[in-house]
Design a protein around this ligand. Structure first.
Ligand SMILES: Cc1cc2nc3c(=O)[nH]c(=O)nc-3n(C[C@H](O)[C@H](O)[C@H](O)COP(=O)(O)O)c2cc1C
Length: 325
């Protein structure tokens, strides 16, 4: 089903979640090739954008193929949001800017009052959203957890809606809960029932059936998938086809997984010439693609012992030959 965020048209209800260290452009292009309706980048710090270095520039890289795309930013001071928003519009030109109010990690965000710490301070959250909205002419969205220690998702959702946000994504766990308990989808419904902007539901979607159930139970406008996509981009296509046409998902063979990993590898090489970063990304992704296959725990150990891309490919090819499917 088609829908919109502000004036941005989105072809289906499947959204890629922002994931730091995972959702680089190569990953996003693989996900886009599966028909993803809206792609989110990993979060980038507004302060890092102000003091731009080559690592931040590489993180901000995006291609037209990934559109519509939302660039996620995080920070705590209004001035840095203003400067970062201008930089992003002038240099990256995404379709949407998304503000992170969910990151639970102390060292990365919370210590400085960013990410989920903003859930404790609705006034500040509002000020930040207003600032970004006033400084850009594209839709601004917000991604939240359900609260700091306690659920205040509806209060925050209304606050950011009043401040001018065009959509809200909700991962219904408090900062305190981290990932320790199942996502409480009833909070997505509460948010949906209390705001007029589109609501994107997130948390624990592992199959296309989960996606449909989340929409049915909560009335959310779209679903967002994070961990379920790692090593399994097919889940995007399966969700799109099941939600739009009721098409049942097909099983993906180990050979197809290996081929996709090779395609992914090519994209990683195209985007970077830093051998250390490439090696890290290849091993991490290889482990995800092989996850859940017979004997994959053993193979994972061997993946991280390989010394070159050829050795890694040889290992995976020989491994896949031993599998029945
Ligand atoms: C490795 C990793 C990195 C993440 N990075 C971000 C991020 O940069 N910004 C953000 O808003 N959420 C981030 N998240 C949270 C996800 O976007 C998502 O809300 C969460 O994983 C729940 O969805 P899931 O059950 O589909 O994974 C991250 C999650 C993981 C596992």
């Amino acid at each position: 089903m088609k829908w919109k965020i502000g004036n941005v048209k989105i072809d289906n209800q499947v959204v890629l979640a922002p994931m730091a260290g995972i959702c680089d452009s190569a990953f996003r292009r693989i996900v886009k090739s599966m028909g993803c309706g809206l792609i989110e980048t990993e979060m980038v710090s507004t302060r890092a954008i102000m003091h731009l270095n080559s690592k931040t520039q590489e993180m901000l890289m995006m291609t037209d193929y990934e559109r519509p795309i939302a660039q996620q930013i995080f920070g705590s001071d209004v001035e840095s949001f203003e400067i970062a928003s201008h930089y992003i519009i002038e240099n990256m030109n995404p379709d949407i800017i998304d503000i992170n109010m969910g990151c639970p990690v102390t060292k990365v965000a919370v210590k400085s009052g960013a990410g989920s710490a903003l859930l404790k301070d609705p006034e500040k959250a509002s000020e930040i959203v207003k600032t970004v909205v006033d400084n850009v002419d594209i839709p601004v969205t917000v991604k939240i957890r359900s609260g700091w220690n306690e659920n205040n998702a509806v209060e925050i959702a209304k606050t950011v809606e009043n401040a001018g946000a065009c959509a809200i994504a909700i991962h219904p766990r408090t900062r305190h809960e981290r990932y320790d308990i199942p996502a409480d989808w009833s909070i997505i419904k509460d948010v949906k029932d209390n705001v007029s902007i589109p609501v994107i539901g997130n948390g624990d979607i592992r199959t296309c059936y989960d996606a449909k159930r989340m929409i049915d139970e909560t009335g959310c406008d779209a679903i967002m998938i994070g961990r379920g996509v790692m090593g399994n981009p097919w889940i995007i296509k399966q969700c799109v086809e099941y939600l739009d046409y009721g098409k049942e998902p097909e099983r993906v063979s180990s050979k197809e997984k290996l081929e996709m990993f090779k395609k992914h590898t090519e994209l990683i090489y195209k985007d970077s010439d830093n051998e250390k970063i490439i090696a890290h990304k290849l091993r991490t992704n290889a482990a995800y693609y092989m996850k859940n296959l017979h004997g994959s725990v053993e193979i994972k150990k061997k993946i991280f012992q390989t010394k070159s891309t050829e050795e890694l490919f040889d290992l995976l090819e020989n491994y896949v030959k031993t599998l029945r499917y």
